[in-house]
Design a protein around this ligand. Structure first.
Ligand code: G3I
Length: 348
């Protein structure tokens, strides 16, 4: 059958999706589960493996939803990308407030992080293909200061050394999982876009980690693109993948979606405005897919959700409103981007 997963297998590539556990369990909407199981050979929990979901109360782990995803993956012969061990967002309130009010010291915070990584990686030892160990640790040009730097809760409280620590602790807990650094705006190099600098910064970071013997295996490039932003070509995306491969690292596209502005005409269903967006969206998905297919080190291509009904985009970008970011519409009709990905898998 011509599912994305079967077509990708001919290239030794895994096509994955982020999974919304509430949607997966919604018995009134069985198509979600069917598509998640049949089209993809890899899954990622969109939220269920984040710290606030796993340990909402200090010391009490809620493994239920994450375990459900693991069971689903097993049932459908899918690999799992673990997401995410260390990130500054979606941390439990007990942790951030404890640090803010001084009841959790720096020494204790480091131990808490170590214990968390050990607990989560051990729980799923041998069952996770790739772990996003550290996510989004690097600033963007629009942050202050604009010079790229290590940003966020962990760098502020523990200093950038937490990155090397996190990889070492993850490796100790599961020596077989591939350990990834994951970020956005590192999709391309040589595009002339300011994102070039972030790609270079992450490259230098990875080079230093490798030089120090830190166990990092791969770079995850999220791939949150937009049709209204400057677009990359395959050559520029390949250039970024090649840089990372040159360090002996695997790569993966980990959160691909391509959002568009929802003008009033788009929202009113005006095909003269919708069709060019669908076309541009398909072209952007295709650029990332073709670059991945052209690199033997690009292991997987994961969509950040597959349908517009459950996409994070409309909830996040509402001024101006954005959407149409995935490969199926709100009624699970495949869009041009879906067919384009298939064409890339068939003809590359
Ligand atoms: O679970 C609560 C629910 O109880 C509550 O009623 C509801 C009300 O707002 O919120 C629910 O939590 C939401 C959660 O998703 C689960 O649906 C949060 O508000 C919402 O902020 C959260 O958004 C997630 C976002 O990360 C938060 O950082 C998105 O679903 C998720 O797609 C997104 O994923 C990130 C990757 O992890 C890292 N890279 C960027 C990517 C997109 O932002």
């Amino acid at each position: 059958n011509q599912s994305l997963r079967n077509l990708a297998m001919r290239h030794g590539l895994h096509v994955g999706t982020a999974v919304d556990l509430a949607a997966l369990n919604d018995t009134t909407d069985p198509r979600y589960r069917e598509i998640a199981g049949s089209e993809f050979s890899s899954v990622t929990a969109e939220n269920a493996m984040k710290w606030e979901s796993l340990e909402p109360t200090r010391g009490t782990y809620n493994w239920g939803p994450a375990d459900e995803l693991m069971a689903f993956a097993r049932q459908h012969h899918q690999r799992v990308r673990g997401h995410v061990l260390v990130w500054h967002n979606q941390l439990p309130a007990w942790l951030t407030s404890g640090v803010a009010d001084g009841s959790i010291s720096t020494t204790e915070l480091r131990q808490i992080l170590r214990d968390h990584i050990t607990a989560v990686v051990t729980r799923y030892k041998g069952k996770i293909w790739q772990w996003d160990v550290v996510n989004e640790a690097v600033s963007d040009p629009w942050d202050t200061p604009s010079t790229l730097h290590y940003k966020g809760f962990w760098a502020e409280h523990l200093g950038p050394g937490y990155i090397a620590d996190a990889f070492r602790w993850a490796r100790a807990a599961d020596p077989k999982a591939l350990l990834f650094y994951n970020d956005y705006n590192i999709e391309a190099f040589g595009s002339g876009n300011p994102a070039d600098d972030k790609t270079q910064f992450v490259y230098e970071m990875a080079r230093e980690l490798r030089a120090k013997g830190v166990p990092i295996d791969g770079i995850g490039s999220q791939g949150h693109l937009g049709t209204q932003y400057g677009n990359f070509n395959t050559f520029q995306v390949s250039a970024a993948l090649k840089k990372f491969a040159g360090l002996g690292l695997a790569t993966a596209f980990t959160e691909v979606d391509v959002r568009s502005q929802l003008t009033e005409a788009v929202q009113a269903g005006d095909s003269a405005e919708i069709n060019p967006r669908l076309q541009a969206s398909a072209a952007n998905f295709s650029v990332l897919m073709r670059a991945c297919l052209s690199s033997p080190h690009c292991l997987s291509f994961t969509l950040w959700g597959f349908d517009d009904k459950h996409s994070w985009v409309p909830g996040w970008f509402d001024d101006p409103p954005e959407g149409l970011a995935t490969v199926y519409d709100e009624n699970y009709q495949p869009k041009l981007a879906y067919h384009e990905l298939k064409a890339d898998l068939i003809y590359s």
